[in-house]
Design a protein around this ligand. Structure first.
Ligand SMILES: C[S@@+](CC[C@H](N)C(=O)[O-])C[C@H]1O[C@@H](n2cnc3c(N)ncnc32)[C@H](O)[C@@H]1O
Length: 378
């Protein structure tokens, strides 16, 4: 973001902090404008060469031109600002942020488009297909699969309107790919992952944390934040990435998940780990919380999609009045909104930390611990 001499904020995609650039104004509104770089006169200190051949054309990985430490610093600031401005919290100046061990070669799953022009991602600022042959953020075996696919192997499925596919690489180096909704192709076998000593089955379409290099660190941090106790409630459990260990840290565990595929995987994973005391509820968090009695839960762990919690789910969580709420989020704005609601309902911010699950992009993962103040307020 730059500021014009008259104070107008100007958003310039693909600029780096400290760059001196000549821009063309493409949009001017009352409160802000948008510009486009015409010439890079002098690069800022954090500007680096983007390694990807489709950088700027492909809609993914828009931060490749930023040195990795600058990316981390920017994410720390985004998280801090969201919690301060939207959440009304006073987070620490230096929010701890776990970097990805590598800025590239980390992504274990990717959604791609398959169309007449080949295989690829969406174009920058468009829904059209941007063909790609290599994608350096993918783990090597997935990148190799993409290259084979782009080279023609298995491309007979190309259609007029691009179809969405997902590719997943498991721990053993096997790669599976399958069409998402509407695809006529048969589903491949589930992938297998190892998480903290447990084997996990993840079927095509079931969520899996995207950055393989941070699986262990994220898992450790969430379970340390959750602690131990008698009763826990886990919302958005997926196939059980956290549930298997959470079930060993609590005498009773109730988990909620809306995707029937994920629930089927979760049941398999719990049974394989011999964890029979876990109560699995298939359904939407809102409906489940609406009908749930307030009954002495020590901990609520939640890991929602970007949309976060509805207002009614936040209100129901306040009613449940667990002493501790551990909230894992991939969207700082909805995290700040939801935790502000919980704050108004009697919770205080105990800790916040970030994880760079998505290097080269503006996305981040945040873990927030909230504790209930003043004992029983319900
Ligand atoms: C970010 S993923 C986390 C999954 C799991 N915690 C993990 O780490 O693998 C969010 C999960 O929430 C589920 N989900 C989305 N909306 C939901 C809702 N309204 N109620 C229950 N589950 C929901 C999704 O199916 C998905 O499995």
């Amino acid at each position: 973001m730059a500021r014009l001499p008259d104070g107008l904020a100007l958003f310039v995609p693909f600029a780096a902090p400290g760059d001196l650039v000549r821009i063309r104004m493409v949009e001017r509104k009352k409160r802000f404008g948008r510009g486009e770089i015409v010439e890079l006169i002098e690069p800022g200190p954090d500007r680096v060469d983007a390694p990807c051949s489709v950088f700027g054309r492909c809609g993914g990985c828009r931060w490749q031109h930023l040195a990795y430490p600058a990316q981390l610093e920017a994410k720390r600031k985004i998280l801090r600002e969201a919690l301060t401005r939207i959440g009304g919290w006073m987070p620490p100046e230096e929010i701890p942020f776990t970097p990805s061990p590598s800025g590239y070669g980390y992504r274990t799953r990717a959604r791609v488009l398959l169309g007449r022009a080949g295989v690829g991602y969406r174009r920058e600022a468009s829904h059209a297909l941007c063909p790609v042959e290599r994608c350096p953020i993918l783990v090597p075996e997935l990148d190799a699969e993409l290259a084979r696919w782009a080279g023609g192997e298995g491309s007979q499925g190309r259609v007029d309107a691009p179809e969405e596919w997902e590719m997943v690489a498991d721990d053993g180096g096997s790669v599976r790919r399958h069409g998402l909704e509407g695809s006529a192709a048969a589903l491949p076998a589930p992938s297998e992952f190892s998480v903290a000593g447990d084997r996990m089955t993840i079927s095509p379409g079931t969520f899996v944390q995207a950055n393989r290099l941070l699986h262990a660190a994220l898992h450790r941090a969430v379970l340390a934040a959750a602690g131990r106790g008698a009763r826990a409630l886990e919302l958005h459990a997926g196939a059980g990435f956290f549930s298997l260990v959470l079930a060993r840290q609590f005498e009773a565990l109730e988990v909620v998940e809306s995707s029937s595929g994920a629930v089927a995987d979760l049941r398999v994973n719990l049974a394989r780990a011999g964890l029979s005391h876990v109560q699995v509820s298939e359904g939407h968090v809102d409906r489940m919380l609406e009908s749930r009695a307030r009954d002495g839960v020590d901990l609520v762990l939640l890991d929602p999609p970007r949309a976060g919690l509805s207002e009614s789910a936040s209100a129901a969580l306040i009613e449940i009045a667990a002493p501790r709420v551990v909230y894992l989020s991939c969207d700082p704005a909805t995290l700040a909104r939801d935790t502000a609601r919980l704050g108004a309902g009697g919770y205080a911010l105990e800790s916040v930390e970030g994880f760079d699950l998505f290097p080269q992009t503006a996305h981040l993962e945040a873990l927030v611990v909230l504790t209930r103040q003043g004992g029983d307020q319900g």
